[in-house]
Write a protein of this length. Structure first.
Length: 281
């Protein structure tokens, strides 16, 4: 499917992830239509989530232009040295096509299964970001963190890009933690939903205060299908009608979920061509 998407002119393939899910993953009820987007608390624990890094590596091996977007890498569930090593190798393998959205996720049972303190996940993510920065620079690297510490280590090979993979940040709100990480590390903003101009104001102001232009961020929007009342797939052409307004509002990248519009994997390439063709030129 990734090869067909690339051939159709799609810019990137976006993956999310979980490592494990517990019984509470669906505590808020399942989507009325299983083709809808997964959200916190609405997921069947049996949902398969292939390892993002493994799957992106396979996609990298058979594509040449397509960006590989790890749109929810749950960083605190790994050690930052290990994850920095994996991401560097993948970025090198795909020659700089990797985009990483480090996040903390919402599922307490997933943290418990891996023995990671859920209530410290934000602190752990912050230390990941700081540790990656020094690990991807010329060695030796040292990091005297509260939760992670290492000294005089050489991480090789380095990523394809000297500064490492491009980093996106996002969430269900434009909270101060999102603003802070975007200002310091971010190349792109990928919210869950579409914040208003007023909700974006703290981010715009913080970017300006740091000498950065909000207009230089990649801002990710998306389309969502309207499903028939009796179930079934949505109409892609109808969903795509929302794209011009998002582009006018400043969104620069639009994501879509092919499985909302077909149940046949063999039709994904056709859908990609349909969507790209409707906006060509």
């Amino acid at each position: 499917m990734a090869v067909e998407a690339e051939d159709a002119g799609i810019d990137g393939v976006m993956l999310s992830e979980h490592i494990v899910l517990g019984p509470s993953a669906g505590a808020l009820g399942r989507p009325a239509n299983p083709r809808d987007y997964a959200a916190p608390g609405n997921q069947d624990p049996d949902t398969p989530w292939p390892d993002s890094i493994v799957l992106m590596s396979a996609i990298a091996a058979v594509t040449t232009r397509l960006r590989l977007i790890g749109a929810a890498i749950i960083a605190p569930l790994r050690h930052p040295v290990l994850l920095a090593h994996q991401l560097a190798a993948l970025d090198l393998l795909c020659e700089g096509r990797l985009v990483v959205q480090p996040t903390v996720s919402w599922h307490r049972e997933e943290y418990a299964a891996l023995g990671v303190p859920f209530d410290r996940r934000g602190q752990l993510l912050d230390e990941h970001l700081a540790a990656w920065k020094v690990l991807w620079e010329s060695g030796p690297a040292s990091f005297p963190g509260r939760h992670y510490q290492f000294s005089d280590v050489y991480l090789e090979p380095k990523p394809f890009r000297a500064e490492g993979p491009r980093l996106w940040f996002g969430g269900t709100s434009v909270g101060p933690w999102i603003v802070r990480r975007l200002v310091e590390y971010g190349d792109g903003f990928h919210p869950f939903g579409q914040p208003t101009a007023d909700e974006l104001r703290p981010l715009v102001d913080a970017m300006a205060a740091a000498g950065r232009d909000f207009a230089q961020l990649e801002v990710v929007g998306g389309i969502r299908g309207r499903f028939p009342s009796g179930g079934g797939v949505a109409d892609l052409a109808e969903a795509a009608e929302a794209i011009p307004a998002q582009l006018e509002a400043g969104y620069t990248t639009i994501c879509f979920k092919p499985s909302q519009y077909t149940d046949d994997p063999a039709q994904v390439g056709r859908l990609c061509r349909q969507l790209v063709g409707s906006f060509a030129g």
